[in-house]
Write a protein that binds this ligand. Sequence first.
Ligand code: HEC
Length: 274
Amino acid sequence: MRIAAQNEVRNPMQKPSKAISMVAAMGAMAATLVLAGCRQDMHDQPKFFPQRGTTLYADGRSVRPQVENTVGRSQLHQDSYFYTGLVDGREADGLPFPVTARVLARGQERYNIYCTPCHSRVGNGEGMIVERGYAKAGDFHTARLEQAPLGHFFHVISNGHGAMPDYSAQVAPADRWAIVAYIRALQLSQKATQADVPSGAHVEPLSSIAEREGLPAAFLGEWKIPATAETGTPTHQPLVLPSPGGDGSARTNSQPAASTGSKPAANNQAAPKQ
Ligand code: HEC
């Protein structure tokens, strides 16, 4: 009785209608073909594996040497001053394109993004990161940097300088030059006199701007790292950086490094800024 019941249940399954079983078989075949097709193509296509040899080339190397006398797309740097700031291996002066208000505005924007964290908005090297214990960044208002050729600033952004990392990955060459132009304007702005503006131009003293805008008195003071600033080190001691020369000597964030640039280090260790 029990067996018969099971058979009754199983019977419809064992003998499905012809049409259904054909559709199922075709579906399965199609799926197999599609899947198998994909896998074969992807797995068996001829290709090189990085850093592995090959029998295709006589020298057995899958990594091919660059073809001589060819230049990769977008790697043709014909205007070498634009890309290096150097002429005959020496930092040169001048911008590779005309300075316009637009270039300066772009430079100011990029400078405020990439440089102020360490150099501060006024460029005295006492930005927020320095306030938190990083090595004192360069003060652009020293006699040495005021006289430095523009190529020097381009070179520093492109290659770094002592404790400063390079910003070549973040800032494209045209923007580096825009920053350089803005730094020079920043330098001039700190020593500007009435005689520097064309006669008749309206000059408003900072104090009256501060008064009009309702800014606190501290706005007129010079930007300095507050005495309460943390050093950021667990021991609350100044951060000690390894010497850039790797000679084992160390320096702290209260001792700016001697210049490693090609210019004479006239006055980087300058006394407190005027
Ligand atoms: C992470 C902090 C940091 C940032 C961001 C930074 N700098 Fe510096 N910069 C330094 C430090 C630190 C020094 C001093 C390096 C030394 O003397 O070892 C320095 C030095 C310099 C100097 C002086 C080089 C010399 O001849 O003494 C220039 C110019 C300069 N930076 C430009 C820039 C510009 C332009 C930017 C933005 C694109 C920038 N820096 C962003 C930390 C920074």
